[in-house]
Structures are given as C-alpha cells and as structure tokens.
Design a protein around this ligand. Structure first.
Ligand SMILES: [Zn+2]
Ligand SMILES: [Zn+2]
Length: 358
C-alpha cells in the first residue's frame, strides 16, 4: 500500500522564466475525485511557451505547469486505488452546451492541469483530478507508465485532429511539421486510420527520413524553400504516382510556424480540408474567398475528447502507434534545464519528466 502524502511536492512557475521548488497542500478530495501519484509529465510546446512568455497567460502565479500526465491512483474511491491512468489534459464539465454538442474537449469549464486547476499541475509528485474521464490502463505491454504520459496530449491531440478531418481509409493526407513533438504521431495515426498517402513536410532531412518508418509514405523537405517551391515538389510527386494534387487532400498543420501555415494554405486544394492543430501566435495573410472557389474547409483542433482515449491507448499498446523512439526521460529535479532544452528547440525526442522529490 502506497503511503498517502500529507503534502504535494512540486516545481512552481513563480514568474516568467522562473521556477522554484515548493511544498503545497493536498486539496480535500471531493466526491468523484482521486489523488494520482504522478509517474511522468511530458513537456508540451504550450508549457515552455507560457513559461517564457511567448504565449500570454492570465493564470495565477505561483502555479505548477504540466498537463501531459500519467500515474497511479493512490486515494479516493477504494475500487480505483492502485489503478494506473492517463490524465486527459482537458477534463470537461459534461454539463454545458459545448459538452452537449459533443465538443467537450473544448469545454470552457474544463479542468486543465497547469492552467485552470488553481495552482495545481503536472510538474509535481501528486495531483487531484476527477476520476470520470481518466483513461484506465489495464496492461502496459512493457511500456513504462511514465512514457504513457505522452499519450495524454501529444498522441491524443493528433487522434482528435484526424477525427476532426474525418480521416477514412484511402484518404490522401499531408502532415506539415511531421517531425515535431506531435507530428511524429500524426503520421502514424493517419496511417493507422487507413490513409493511402501520408506526405510528411518539415525542414530536417534526417528526421524526415525517420518519418518514412513511422507512417509517412513520402516526405518533402521545406528547408530553404518557398511555399510555392514546396507546392511544385508536391505536384511532381503526385504526377509520378498518378495522383491528383488538385482536390480532396486533408492537410494537418502541426508546426504552428508562419512558414508551415503558409505552405498549408498554398497546398489547400478543391474540396480539401485544412486542420490547424499547431500552436503559434503570428497572423497570416490569405484570401478567404479562395475557400469559396475551392469549397474547402479550414478547421481547428484542440486537445482530445476523453471518450477517444481507450482506442488511442489500444493503438499504442498494439504497436500501431509507436511512442518509445520519440521519448526522452529526465528527472524532474532537472526541470529548469529540461524547459530550456525544450524551448531552444531541435530536440529529436519529447522530454518526459519523472518526479524525484524523495
Ligand atoms: Zn499540450
Ligand atoms: Zn462543458
């Protein structure tokens, strides 16, 4: 039996770019809530972008960042104690018009660790969360529980985006930012959903070659190329494969960069779909009336509906989606260096922090 903690050990963001070790109270468990001992917490773009002030935030400080969490239930409903779980980053209210419309991942009252749960977040020893939307792990097939943290956000977000685009067997898909923290899963998810073509676009040639082993059927490097040059390469690939570049492609923009978004808009074809899933802050120039001519859709995708998690976890446990090559663990005591590394960019693996407070 795990010893119940009297306090939560944590790393708090105390100011922009400043993190401090702290000990905080365990909140009183309300009905339907459980206390989770955190096994791993992944570092997402949003975390370091908020930490370094790239994304403005109105949330309180000090508070603990981190919303990509896996762990073990140690207190709450006795039937649940001991169960291993993945915590969806957006835990909806299930009661508002947005939730009732089946769009609960975007519920405005959702509990989001690190953002809308007061001072509580994933860069901690423990966290209190509602039990209803947790993804329960029956077996792990040898994958460490800490590694499954990336399923919470990086993997699940790409699944949600593919659902938003209604990816079907035989579809033609383009993933922009295919080598990034979520992009590496976006290629795998679309391939797993039966997409016939999954074209990966990114800058780094070496990592693009890796994408060919993880779902991409073809890759295009955008390094030192204009959007029009990327479009020309896409056209010549389509010609070589006797595919039409002119209609129907589903494009996922995962880079969140100006260059990536420009390419996405350039590639958007007749009756095509563009799913904007990457996070960034700049503005784009685009003739909206082109959407009319193309009869194309541009849609956003954010987080993931909790009900999708069991299926996503199955895809990971069956090896359809591989996570191990894309993860690097670091002790949580090295959180400052980990955030610096993640912020600097160029990492080939996503960092998962392992609590080491004892
Ligand atoms: Zn995230
Ligand atoms: Zn709601």
């Amino acid at each position: 039996m795990t010893k119940l903690p009297s306090k939560i050990e944590t790393w708090q963001m105390v100011a922009l770019g400043k993190m401090k070790r702290a000990t905080i109270d365990v909140p009183q468990l309300k009905t339907g809530e459980v206390l989770v001992e955190i096994a791993g917490c992944g570092i997402c773009y949003n975390d370091h972008a908020v930490f370094y002030g790239e994304i403005p935030t109105r949330a309180v400080m000090p508070r603990t960042l981190g919303h990509e969490i896996s762990g073990t239930i140690v207190d709450g409903d006795a039937k649940l104690v001991g169960q291993e779980v993945i915590i969806p980053p957006a835990m909806p209210c299930h009661n508002c018009p947005i939730c009732k419309a089946g769009r609960e991942n975007r519920c405005l009252s959702a509990k989001i660790p690190g953002y809308s749960m007061d001072i509580y977040g994933g860069n901690s020893s423990h966290i209190v969360v509602p039990s209803a939307d947790l993804c329960y792990i029956k077996e792990r097939k040898g994958i460490p529980l800490s590694h499954l943290a990336v399923v919470a956000d990086a993997v699940a977000s790409t699944y949600q985006a593919a659902k938003r685009a209604d990816v079907q067997p035989g579809d033609m898909v383009i993933i922009i930012g295919a080598t990034g923290g979520a992009g590496v899963y976006a290629t795998q998810v679309c391939a797993a959903m039966g997409a016939k073509e999954v074209i990966g676009i990114a800058r780094n040639e070496e990592r693009l070659q890796r994408a060919l082993k993880f779902g991409a059927t073809h890759v295009i490097s955008s390094q030192n190329k204009t959007a029009k040059e990327v479009l020309a390469e896409f056209y010549s690939y389509c010609m070589s494969k006797k595919l039409s570049p002119y209609y129907g492609w589903k494009i996922f923009e995962w880079s969140g960069t100006a260059a990536g978004q420009e390419i996405a808009l350039e590639l958007l074809p007749y009756i095509g779909k563009l799913v904007v899933a990457g996070c960034g802050t700049h503005k784009n120039e685009f003739s909206l009336s082109r959407l009319m001519t193309l009869e194309a859709d541009i849609i956003g995708s954010w987080a993931c509906r909790p009900k999708y998690y069991p299926e996503i976890l199955n895809m990971v446990l069956s090896g359809t989606i591989q996570i191990e090559p894309f993860i690097k663990t670091m002790p949580m005591s090295q959180i400052k260096k980990a955030y610096e590394d993640a912020h600097r960019g160029g990492l080939t693996q996503r960092i998962v922090l392992i609590p080491d407070f004892n």
